[in-house]
Design a protein around this ligand. Structure first.
Ligand code: B12
Ligand code: SF4
Length: 467
């Protein structure tokens, strides 16, 4: 029973309310210490909650609040609250869950972190959806209406097919002041299971592709952004590797050529070996790709299980992509077991020499569910258990070949040097890639870098006298 928009906690259960529409509030909490958390240049829309909204039956009125772009009123009424959370946002997610539950409102949580730590999450919410919402969410909503919510919903030893699901409704994000980009997904899963990555343990070890017809229909229905944006029809393919299944990729890229998109996505270094795909990328409007170089050390790459990456060929990979007008966001991680203090200068030198369009540096972070997490727990190397610091710009573990402070300082040094004005111009000058995309992106990163360094982490771990 609603009174002045607030829920009366002693009111009828949801089953009795079924004649009215029910109110579902979906929340994406802010990871305030995250490099890509609330910063203006990285106000990107969250596809996961749009997918959950699209799976919700029409007798629910759905709204989404993303704390990155708007504030959340914790006193508002709702019949059910759904909260997502990556690890660095989960503490805030728990605060929000506690607050709604204290007023008798049921809370369901989903997403990467709680899927790995359901027992922890159940201390703050009524129910956890483990893994993908598809084929679980409708069951949970039905149970909720009958007041029979289970604590855990999970898939039985399988991952759902990605066919025949409704497209996200982007109207839910209208007026939210996001950067003008639509997120779109064509694949889930990855067989490589790199030691630091959450993808294989969350989405499985096989690439699952969405039917190309459905992706094309989704693209057809996207409305270009209004306003004074230079690029109005930008799509980010969130797939971890746009060339996961070459046949699917070729068909998809051929089909999207007529839609005049400008798109970005992520790909493995192997894309440089496939001229046909590179040509299709160019023709279909690819502005740039995030490429996971990860490390310049073969030892690190062997440890993490990414042996198809060979540092000797990295410069040629970048050059090849540039030949097709495709910019390269080079992703590197610092703090692996073979990294000593020389890794930072070597990487700075490399990104300038290779003319990487944007440098995306991270500090190795042991996310729950990953191999590196189990290994570090077992070796007693984790020094910080505060999830809000698991944001790839804090050091939460003891590196093998340097002190945690040195890893942090080196990371800041690499960011500062790679985003100095001189370095930005040296990296971008003459690349032939989209200037009106990569210059603003670099200046945006530069500002975020300065903020990250200013809000520097302070260490409070105790030094082990034997180490
Ligand atoms: C696009 C992307 C981004 C974008 C956009 C983020 C966003 N808010 O969407 C940007 C670049 C901003 C970004 C930032 C970061 N990211 Co990111 N990102 C991704 C990426 C590549 C795709 C996300 C996506 O859209 N997936 C597709 C959707 C449909 O899946 P989903 O979100 O998981 O949602 C499904 C289920 O999880 C579930 N679900 C999710 N939420 C909920 C909620 C409810 C109520 C229910 C019922 C179900 C449910 O249902 C959905 C449909 O099945 C993933 C990798 C991946 N493959 O997922 C990494 C990934 C999620 N990111 C990761 C990380 C670490 C980060 C950063 C910390 C990096 C950084 N250096 O700062 C920041 C954190 C930002 C923040 N929280 O504020 C990690 C997360 C690990 C973890 N344990 O949390 C991932 C998995 C990458 C990895 N390789 O490990 N990221
Ligand atoms: S880092 Fe890339 S290749 Fe490795 S498991 Fe994650 S998605 Fe797959």
């Amino acid at each position: 029973m609603k009174q002045n928009g607030k829920i009366n906690i002693h009111g009828p259960n949801l089953c009795q309310k079924m004649e009215d529409n029910l109110k579902l509030l979906l929340v994406s909490p802010l990871a305030s210490k995250s490099f890509l958390g609330g910063d203006f240049y990285f106000r990107l829309p969250y596809l996961g909650l749009l997918k959950v909204a699209s799976l919700t039956p029409p007798n629910w009125d759905v709204s989404i609040i993303d704390e990155k772009v708007e504030s959340l009123d914790l006193t508002q009424g709702a019949d059910l609250v759904g909260i997502t959370a990556m690890t660095p946002a989960v503490n805030r997610a728990y605060e929000i869950a506690d607050s709604f539950r204290s007023r008798g409102i049921k809370v369901i949580m989903g997403g990467m972190h709680v899927s790995k730590m359901p027992d922890e999450a159940l201390r703050h919410c009524d129910s956890v959806i483990i893994g993908e919402a598809e084929r679980l969410w409708d069951k949970a909503l039905n149970d909720c209406k009958r007041d029979e919510l289970k604590s855990i919903y999970r898939h039985d030893n399988e991952y759902p097919s990605l066919a025949n699901f409704p497209a996200p409704n982007w109207k839910l994000y209208e007026g939210k002041r996001y950067l003008p980009v639509h997120f779109l997904e064509t694949t889930r899963g990855c067989p490589h299971n790199c030691e630091f990555c959450s993808v294989t343990n969350s989405f499985g070890g096989k690439f699952r592709n969405r039917p190309v017809d459905e992706v094309e229909r989704e693209i057809q229905d996207l409305k270009p952004f209004e306003g004074r944006f230079v690029l109005k029809n930008v799509v980010f393919f969130v797939d971890d590797n746009i060339i996961s299944n070459r046949k699917h990729t070729k068909e998809l890229l051929s089909r999207i050529i007529p839609y005049n998109l400008k798109w970005t996505g992520q790909a493995s270094v192997n894309i440089a070996k496939n001229n046909e795909i590179l040509e299709l990328c160019k023709k279909s409007g690819c502005m740039g790709l995030v490429v996971g170089f990860e490390s310049l050390s073969q030892g690190n790459l062997a440890n993490m299980g990414k042996t198809f990456n060979t540092p000797d060929t990295y410069i040629d990979v970048v050059k090849k992509l540039h030949d097709y007008g495709i910019g390269v966001t080079g992703a590197f991680v610092f703090g692996f077991d073979y990294d000593d203090e020389s890794v930072f200068d070597r990487t700075i030198e490399f990104v300038i020499k290779a003319k990487i369009d944007v440098c995306y540096f991270s500090i190795l972070t042991p996310y729950p569910g990953t191999r590196v997490y189990s290994q570090m727990l077992q070796e007693g190397r984790i020094i910080d258990h505060d999830w809000s610091n698991y944001n790839t710009n804090h050091v939460v573990f003891k590196p093998k070949l340097m002190k945690p402070e040195k890893l942090l300082d080196g990371f800041h040094h690499a960011l500062k040097e790679s985003f100095s004005y001189t370095a930005i111009f040296k990296r971008l000058w003459g690349n032939g890639t989209y200037k009106n995309f990569f210059y603003p992106m670099n200046f945006g990163f530069r500002q975020t870098v300065r903020k990250t360094i200013k809000n520097k982490q302070h260490f409070s771990y105790e030094e082990d006298p034997d180490s």
